[in-house]
Design a protein around this ligand. Structure first.
Ligand code: GFB
Length: 311
């Protein structure tokens, strides 16, 4: 069990995942949270990270800092996705071990699995086939992070766990149309189309790929449970167990936002992996289930967008 006064470092606390973890930890009464703004600590800088850990010596480390983005950003900037993620995770994982952290939680992604993995995807599908080319650089970095945690566990008995969330959405998501993920992008597009009284909204790709979407507050609750109860270096999936097509998602978002024009499809944009539904039986067996249905989660995220991002 985690002590409520244990020092917990959340790396990436301004991001969608890190901020959800901080909210959740605070609401559960954890009182000794450690965070650092990017302007004070650049996680890509190995000596700065080593110095920070030597001074602070956090007991628990949550590694939610990463360079992330949607299908287009991943495809356009493979160098940055590979290098920055390798640097951040190598620095934090090594410093956590060397400064005595008793537990570390590394966040991976469902895209680590092969492009044509069996559906729903079990954890055992890792490294069983070729990857999806649009996000290979990001995925190689994430797999390296998993393997580094497993190496520390095997060689030095470290309690470093790796959690693979499905596609996430929620407050503090990135709503930039070029670099965001699909759900945030479509929320913004539908809102702007409604505001401008457009008759048409353009969605990337064919609409046929299927994705599973989990509200980030549900991910945070799963992570808390895993911090308390899961002590294996074997990776573990976190998802809701259901997926929908991009077409269905676009229709649902238009309904929630109140845009009643038509959908148009830009097939010059990539579809990516055809399907990415996680097998979540391992997590369910620990007694966890999600609590935010997709429609409610989208409505809540739209409210957040209106309050924080809409002009
Ligand atoms: O969310 P998304 O960018 O990421 O795209 P992935 C999911 C699907 O939505 C793709 C389609 O088939 C896109 O073509 N899509 C339709 C759109 N309209 C849009 C739009 O306006 N914006 C975006 N972004 N997509 C990412 C990986 O893959 O998933 C990352 O590249 C990461 O590495 C992340 O793992 C979770 O699910 O395809």
């Amino acid at each position: 069990m985690m002590d409520k006064s244990e020092k917990i470092f959340v790396a990436g606390h301004h991001g969608m995942v890190g901020s959800a973890l901080v909210r959740r930890l605070k609401s559960e009464g954890f009182s000794n949270l450690l965070v650092r703004d990017r302007s004070k600590l650049d996680l890509r800088d190995d000596s700065a990270v080593a110095k920070f850990f030597a001074e602070e010596k956090p007991s628990v480390v949550i590694l939610a800092a990463a360079k992330v983005g949607g299908i287009k950003a991943n495809n356009d900037f493979p160098v940055e996705f590979l290098l920055e993620n390798l640097r951040i995770q190598n620095n934090v994982i090594q410093a956590a071990y060397e400064n005595g952290a008793r537990k570390l939680l590394f966040l991976g992604s469902s895209c680590i699995y092969p492009k044509f993995a069996p559906q729903p995807i079990p954890e055992t599908a890792l490294l069983s086939g070729p990857l999806e080319p649009t996000n290979e650089a990001y995925v190689i970095a994430k797999i390296a992070g998993i393997k580094l945690c497993q190496a520390y566990a095997r060689e030095y008995d470290a309690n470093f766990i790796s959690v693979m969330p499905t596609n996430l959405y929620g407050p503090n998501d990135n709503f930039d149309l070029e670099t965001s993920h699909v759900l945030a992008a479509l929320l913004r597009k539908a809102h702007e189309a409604k505001t401008r009284k457009d008759r048409k909204l353009t969605v990337w790709g064919s609409g046929k790929p299927r994705r599973e979407f989990l509200h980030v507050d549900d991910l945070a609750s799963a992570c808390l449970l895993l911090l308390e109860k899961y002590d294996s270096s074997e990776i573990i999936n976190v998802g809701c167990g259901e997926d929908i097509s991009i077409r269905e998602l676009a229709e649902l978002i238009c309904e929630v936002v109140g845009f009643d024009g038509d959908l148009a499809w830009d097939v010059t944009k990539p579809d990516g992996t055809p399907r990415k539904l996680l097998d979540v039986s391992k997590l369910r067996a620990l007694g966890w289930k999600p609590s935010i249905p997709l429609r409610d989660g989208i409505a809540r995220t739209y409210e957040w967008f209106l309050a924080n991002c809409a002009r």
